[in-house]
Unconditional design. Structure first.
Length: 131
């Protein structure tokens, strides 16, 4: 996790430098706010990853003397295929379209998102699709 933390912290520092330079050389606040958001999107997860990398046992990727056999083993578990992330995306898109078409699309989007959350919970309790 250490390499990911360093990469994100580097992006955050780069975003801070660019935001400061841009804020001082331009009178435009929207770009400065977006670059500040870029800084925060690098610093927060990078700091969290760095904090965790100090408290967990190093992975094979973090050890410069690791051999390929050190990374062997179980990779992890992956969720089964599901329609509910697609339904959640449709709901989020409908809520976003409420800014253009009116509040009624937000209601439709809310119910789509709610059904997706209920579907994911029910699917995870029953074990997903049968293989």
């Amino acid at each position: 996790m250490r390499h990911e933390a360093y990469f994100l912290l580097f992006l955050g520092v780069f975003g801070a430098i660019v935001a400061i330079i841009y804020g001082l050389l331009s009178a435009e606040w929207a770009g400065t706010a977006m670059l500040t958001g870029f800084f925060l999107l690098g610093i927060f997860p990078g700091g969290y990853y760095y904090w965790w990398s100090k408290r967990m046992t190093p992975r094979a990727e973090d050890n410069p003397r690791a051999e390929p056999a050190d990374g062997a083993g179980v990779v992890g578990t992956f969720p089964s295929s599901s329609i509910w992330p697609f339904v959640l995306g449709l709901g989020a898109a409908a809520v976003g379209l409420a800014l253009v078409f009116g509040f009624w699309t937000a209601i439709v989007g809310f119910f789509l998102a709610l059904s997706a959350v209920i579907g994911v919970v029910m699917e995870s309790r029953h074990g997903g699709l049968a293989h």
